[in-house]
Write a protein that binds this ligand. Sequence first.
Ligand code: NAD
Length: 487
Amino acid sequence: MSKAHVFGVDIDTRHFIGGNRIASAETYTDLSPIDMSELGQISRGGKQEIDLAVQAAKAAFPAWAALGPEGRGKLLFRLADLIEENVELLANVETLDNGSLLRSHRRGVMPRAAMNIRFFADWAMNQLSHPDFETRGHTNKISWDPSGVAALITPWNAPLMLATWKIGPALAAGDTVVLKPAEWTPLSASLFADLTIEAGIPAGVFNVVFGFGSEAGAALTAHKDIARISFTGSVPTAKIIAHAAADNLTPVSFELGGKSPLLVFEDADLELAAQLAVEQYDNAGQVCLSGTRILVHESVAAPFAEKFKERALKIKQGDPRDEDTDIGPQIHPVHFDRIKGFVNRAKESGASIVMGGSENQELGGLYFKPTLVMNPDPLSEIVTSEVFGPVLCMQTFSTDQEALAMANGTEFGLAAVVVSGNREHAEQITKNLVAGTIWVNCFFVRDLRAPFGGSKKSGIGRDGGTWSFDFYADVKNTVYSPNGWKE
Ligand code: NAD
């Protein structure tokens, strides 16, 4: 009951608290989206387990903070090495648990998880500084002090990668951590917990409590001994967490959803535009950054649509473990039905579905076909709400002004993709787009030194480089007078 046998390995399905495995009386079933087989029974934590984990993290905090960036860095570098040594295991387990492509996990996602840990450990040691400055002969010295216990809550679409993006800077900053991973994808967090022991990270510095958002998640975010809440997930959940955080005035960092535009201008390279548009189906559309609203200048709409369809119809859907599969299944029956609901309501309201629009009958299960909705009502939910599945909308515009109004016309502001062959034109457009990240003639080029986050309802705060430490640490200014010294 306390182990899941996955990819030939026994994975502990109990919480990881203070260096020990602790079971809950109740468990829940973890399914593989590939074929809906049961992977294991997972401990279902609540207030009691959260209390224990926060106490363990609080007890471990002073010694961890006292190690300093170098002392912590040595252990975190070892942890990053261990992730790299275990890429094959982590990649296979994650694919079985969340249905994303094995080849992406192997080559991109798991190496990035290691990089998340190594990068922030290195940043704390070598980059985290601000030049001193003088005020009427007094010297201002700025420092980033450990802040306490960080509560980390993560989604299922890139479980370990997104968790380590928080764990890395939190631990490097000297905080201790309680992680509540998404209920649908608990397994990589358990393997990661084992690696923290192997790396020599002291007991209590990193803790994991499994369970549902409304139980374990709610107990964690309401806890009075939490110094930071870092959440990646949906806007509705963020609102609930914001209320919980308000009671204790706990600082929050929110990385939330999106409905990003991909703008194709009349001066664009249409082959490139079609290629970038088709990439928005990656991870079966379960990517917060996806440019799901394709906005095309009317003069190039017909040739663009042709090139797009030519490429999109070649997408191979199938078992995410196969090397030649491009997109796999959706994560869970509940999410699958949600996507289907969006598409069915769009159909009922008269939207034209020119590609896909239903489950993949050949594959069955949770495989939803890549779908294209043409010229939907601009005010309909398929245009304004995040579907988080392989569903793109295509709309046309006739002027830059109209394109910008459409692009900025949702409550989100996470990302945007601009395809234009004219640099001046592209600069004019990017200046007027509201988004945390804009890619011009490219997509998904990421660098941990760059700020990452959402504008409007897509988030609060920025991750990356010093921005991460500005959140996880207590930023302090100490002012030294020129007077009063005895030496
Ligand atoms: P979700 O909001 O349903 O759940 C996210 C996490 O919050 C899970 O661990 C869940 O258990 C927990 N949770 C749920 N209710 C809670 C509560 N009341 N209190 C505390 N925790 C609670 O989101 P999801 O469906 O898992 O993930 C998809 C969403 O995440 C999409 O909106 C997507 O855009 C977003 N996302 C954003 C980014 C980003 O960087 N901006 C990255 C990935 C995913």
